[in-house]
Design a protein around this ligand. Sequence first.
Ligand code: ATP
Ligand code: SF4
Ligand code: MG
Length: 358
Amino acid sequence: MSSVRIEPALTTGDLGPVSTSFLELRDLRVHFPTGDGLVKSVDGLSYRLERGKTLGIVGESGSGKSVTSLAIMGLHKNTSARLSGEIWLDGEELITASAEHVRTLRGKKMAMIFQDPLSAMHPFYTVGNQIVEAYRIHHKVTKKAARAHAIDMLARVGIPQPKSRVDDYPHQFSGGMRQRAMIAMALSCDPELLIADEPTTALDVTVQAQILDLIRDLQQEFNSAVIIITHDLGVVAELADDIMVMYAGRSAEYASAEQVFGQPEHPYTWGLLGSMPRLDRDRSERLLPIKGTPPSLINVPLGCPFSPRCNYSGLVGDHACTTDRPEFRDVGGGHRIACHLSAQQRQQVWEDEIRPNL
Ligand SMILES: Nc1ncnc2c1ncn2[C@@H]1O[C@H](COP(=O)(O)OP(=O)(O)OP(=O)(O)O)[C@@H](O)[C@H]1O
Ligand code: SF4
Ligand SMILES: [Mg+2]
């Protein structure tokens, strides 16, 4: 049994003022009770996203990127997951909304490209039928027109012979083709919010570029908000307006893409940028992985969760890095970080050690 105190679920009466952003997460927590203790997969995450904008979310495996997205999609409802905080989508709060209501928002209001394509598809219906049914819920069109749309979508994600493949079942597709079919499903209703969770892993470079173009088209045509989750900093550099760097279920850094690539302020982001493959370096020089591993989400270190791996905690007095949780604060112009280093210390490390080696 875990001795950790669990926060009660919010009731409508607990909610603050209605968010005016298209999407806003306020202090989101997603905890999973397990035999080993409470897994704090997401632990106090806040961000905003407006229509027409793209947010890139990066962070190592297990940092809570997918769990956050599943929370927005309402997919932790009716499970043992414990959620608190607020998720506002276009003026509606989704944590307190019923599972039935959130289901009606999936498809047109929000859609997700899942990391695992099989989890998003029904095994007993053809791929075409799944697109047709979803499309017809939100568009008053004939079955024939919806089928033509499904075929068009399969063609646009690069599925050969879409006219015959439309009648195949998910298990008849290879892994890569299934991923494309799932992307076609997610894009088929022109969602106002698209969450793309590692949309291009397992796809070859040409198809990757095609998929990213489709996402860009969706955004331009429908002014959609897009969240793109990836390990590939090249993809976020190309697509994202803003970037959030996650570590151990929290935000380490949040800023515009220019700021994150031009002058990152958090030691973890420095590490991520240092581990980014570079075409202008030879292979041996290319990757400098961050030493150590992320913390257990059952026993997250007191203080800064990155402290066991951070090269700069010694610069902060009173061992604050191991005792005080750094507040996620604005360090100027909307650039936010959770780190105790002073502006002067960050500037000095950046100029002397980090920038020359990137
Ligand atoms: N149902 C669950 N029960 C217990 N722990 C879970 C559950 N779902 C996720 N987790 C844990 O929550 C953490 C965050 O998972 P999540 O899938 O969000 O990571 P991620 O950032 O998407 O990683 P990746 O880059 O590998 O996809 C992981 O440690 C994972 O094991
Ligand atoms: S708060 Fe301390 S341990 Fe955490 S990133 Fe900043 S310097 Fe490193
Ligand atoms: Mg994931």
